[in-house]
Design a protein around this ligand. Structure first.
Ligand code: NAD
Length: 498
């Protein structure tokens, strides 16, 4: 029985038809095919726990066929597509995504559980921006001439060439948007791609595959293999025909991917977990602070790699800000993601909800004080209340990535105290600083070990600005021109002129 959410007036006929018209197939070499395993799995509606759609499962053999198709496209038609034409194709894809944004927003919302207002204004809008941004790069990927001192006369120059076949492995929290972070630069640089979406949220990747074909990309340039991490994901990261892996997901799986990739020394870029500090000084604009804190931890149900899950409040404003945060957390309207009035949806799966609840229990057991929330919020679906918890730095809830709507709050004394404590983590993805004194703000921003620091804001992303982590939050940078370095090889050419 398929999910009752599909019957609601919020779901369009187009989306309903797409979901029920299954099982969804794999995209290999430009054709939609059944998996070699002959098995299917279901994508589950997190608001009800019922199936949304049936999907063919990709296994090792399918990954192999997809890699072969990507290699054939790389050595064949794709090699002859000019940079300008690659840009035009990427732009065409962005236009198609934009034209289908309502449908894609609903699909993403159904599959992940998150509010449709967020999927339309963030996930899908950013995906479009990303493809457009990298469409502009195709004709600007250049080398340089080098003044070598070698005796004689030489013209020495560099070229940036595609790396080859890229394996892209994507998580479930921003399925389409994070796919675009990988596909757009990979294709802009002339690579071909085998994409493995998360087994929990494969729907927008499958719909994207249809739009890729409609845009006119040659067969095999983009291949899509929905399947499980242990099988399809591991097969991709081990495959000798894959030249690069671009991965976003947990630090634990990132470590496996790094090991598996060593078989043929694949190029690897990793965007991993975080436990980001959000630091508020007493001279900050308190109205902006309250909204910023809510955004930093409760946006996307807290299922955000850069969630500001460790809130450091200066002791002078601790009580005042905490009271405001709790009040606002209690006012958040939870509901089915496709309902436009919903402010927070369910967590992505039963297992994830249980994990988040167990973290909260552990916080309680260690002496943390739950000020608001702290439990499941409905008999049906995977809803967890927005939770605020007073903690200390050594507690599990203040150290581990929870990946849910759980905020650990701690007071601090001064700049050196808070910087040292904020940096005391194995992660280093992002951080927030709130102060109206530019000296304090920048002093702290420069001292924090994090790939991105927001001052008087939070969760701001743009295709122009590089994204990635220090320490165990990752290797490499996505977005901006920095991404191009991870999708190209540099070649030096020496021409003897004597
Ligand atoms: P996950 O690591 O469990 O899975 C991510 C992807 O890897 C999925 O497609 C999964 O099927 C696949 N996978 C799992 N095991 C694999 C294996 N052995 N080999 C190859 N692939 C495998 O992560 P998740 O639960 O989907 O996402 C949540 C995590 O992602 C959090 O830790 C979060 O911080 C992180 N994340 C990071 C960023 C970032 O930009 N740094 C962005 C979003 C999410």
């Amino acid at each position: 029985m398929f999910s009752t959410t599909l019957e609601s007036a919020f779901v369009s006929d187009t989306v309903r038809k797409f979901l029920l018209d299954g099982p969804k197939k794999l995209l290999i070499g430009g054709k939609w095919v059944d998996g070699q395993l002959g098995r299917t799995f279901h994508s589950i509606d997190p608001a009800t726990g019922q199936p949304l759609a049936e999907i063919c499962e990709a296994g090792e053999e399918d990954v192999h066929l997809a890699v072969q198709a990507a290699r054939t496209a790389l050595d064949g038609p794709w090699r002859n597509v000019s940079p300008a034409e690659r840009g035009r194709l990427l732009w065409q894809l962005a236009d198609l995504i934009e034209q289908h944004s309502e449908e894609l927003s609903q699909l993403e919302s159904l599959d992940t559980g998150k509010p449709v207002t967020e999927t339309s204004f963030v996930d899908i809008a950013f995906t479009v921006d990303h493809f457009r941004y990298f469409a502009g790069w195709t004709t600007k990927i250049t080398g340089e001439t080098l003044p070598v001192s070698f005796p004689g006369s030489y013209l020495t120059y560099t070229r940036r060439e595609p790396i080859g076949v890229v394996g892209a492995i994507v998580p479930w929290n921003f399925p389409l948007m994070i796919t675009s972070w990988k596909l757009a630069p990979a294709l802009a640089c002339g690579n071909t791609v085998v994409l493995k979406p998360s087994e929990m949220t494969p729907l927008t990747a499958i719909r994207l595959g249809e739009l890729v074909m409609e845009a006119g990309f040659p067969p095999g340039v983009v291949n899509i293999v929905p399947g499980y991490g242990q099988s399809a994901g591991a097969a991709l990261s081990k495959h000798p025909g894959v030249d690069k892996i671009t991965f976003t997901g947990s630090t634990r799986v990132g470590r496996d991917i790094l090991q598996n990739s060593s078989t043929n020394f694949k190029r690897v870029s990793l965007e991993l977990g975080g436990k980001s500090p959000n630091i508020v000084f007493p001279d900050a604009d308190m109205d902006a602070v309250a909204g910023g804190i809510m955004m930093s931890i409760f946006f996307n149900q807290g299922e955000v790699c850069c969630a500001g899950s460790r809130l450091y409040l200066h002791k002078r404003i601790y009580d005042q800000v905490l009271a405001k945060v709790c009040e606002r957390a209690q006012a958040i309207r939870q509901g089915v993601g496709v309902d436009p009035s919903t402010q927070m949806g369910p967590l992505v799966s039963e297992a994830h909800m249980q994990r988040v609840l167990s973290y909260i229990e552990k916080g309680r057991a260690e002496g943390g004080k739950v000020l608001t929330g702290g439990t499941k919020n409905s008999d049906q679906g995977y809803f967890v209340q927005p939770t605020v918890l007073e903690a200390t730095d050594d507690m599990f809830v203040a150290r581990e990535e929870i990946f849910g709507p759980v905020l650990a709050v701690m007071p601090f004394e001064d700049v050196s105290d808070v910087v040292q404590r904020a940096n005391h983590t194995e992660y280093g993805l992002a951080a927030g600083v709130w102060s109206s004194d530019v000296k304090t703000a920048l002093q702290v921003a420069h001292a924090l070990k994090a790939g991105t620091v927001w001052v008087n804001g939070y969760s701001l992303l743009d295709p122009v600005s590089p994204w990635g982590g220090f320490k165990q939050s990752g290797i490499g940078r996505e977005m901006g021109r920095y991404a191009l370095e991870h999708f190209t090889e540099v070649k030096s050419v020496w021409l003897n002129l004597t």
